[in-house]
Ligand binder design. Sequence first.
Ligand code: IMP
Length: 369
Amino acid sequence: MKKYSYRDLANFSPSLAYDDVLLVPTFSSIRSRLEPETTTTVAGKSLTIPIVSSPMDTITDYKMASVLGRLGASGIIHRFLSVEDQLGQIAKLLDEKAKTDKFNSEKIIVAPAIGVGREGLYRFEKIWREFSTSLDWIAIDIANGHSSLMLETLSHVKSKVGNSVGIVAGNVATGEGFSCLAEAGADAIRVGIGGGSICKTRIMTGFGVPTLSSVADCYREKQKNNLYSHVSIIADGGIRNPADVVKSIVAGADCVMVGRVFAATKESPGEVFKSANGKMYKVYRGMASEEVQIDAKNGLKPGTCAEGVSTTIPYKGSVEPIAMEFLGGLRSAMTYANAKDILELRQNTMFAQITGSGLDESHAFGTKK
Ligand code: IMP
């Protein structure tokens, strides 16, 4: 069997998606799933569950961010609302922190998103004026982060916040994109173009790279330069199962970002509604979908196209058991890898490429009729 390290994976041609690989088990002396330490550091903050929820208007407002924070994960408050409303969301998150006991309160990460250009800078200035001492991260959130628009905003934000706030920037798909943003002062970089479950970018433009290979490419770049060693990699787009979190980490990510996994939960923004079949649903929509454009700017401008879709997802209830199941998958994976911590998980683990029948065999096919 040919085995691949993250280095081999970065050089592998063609690019690989999560379902193209599995992780090869090794001899393990770990006796219990509770032994491994899952803590990871992202832009200077510790996460015990290496998952951040997406800055999307159907995923993260202050409720999602506070509940995930207490659990040891985190969320980035989206920017698709007025500046005043976003300031209100940050204030509510700070209220939640104030109401929480000291141990859990410290776990709640205060992280709003901004865009780029004039609107992005205006939003940043307002947030910075009011909350400069309370912010943990600020996320500069744009579809193509390997761009002059990103660099302009990033250099302005960096000149204001210095090292007092972690800057999360993205998205990029390549090692070049990673080093460009790391050089410009980003502390964490979102990696993944076109892999989101509500994304049409690859279909509309032909651009994108399977997220797993993007992560390996960025990690290889990170390894080349000691100055980037503190820069975190966030694998973003296409996470479906706990295994995808594990594969992301082995490929070089410090954590993942998820939309769909946490969509349609009690804590995600938006109303639950009952459909004609009597079942409960919530909306989950891409931030570049026509529906968002209609809400925000009276629809798509002529000659432009949507790069996201809107969908409905059966209501899932509280986000906590979902986050815990993902943590469980990671813990169990660490026993197969004989890994005491996240670094050992990456160092000890090799990928094996699989075929379509290997993927078929991976699912619980005993349930097929
Ligand atoms: P998911 O976890 O697979 O649902 O993907 C969520 C990710 O998709 C987000 O974190 C963004 O990076 C990305 N995303 C959000 N909205 C859009 C969109 O409208 N088009 C393309 N990508 C999007």
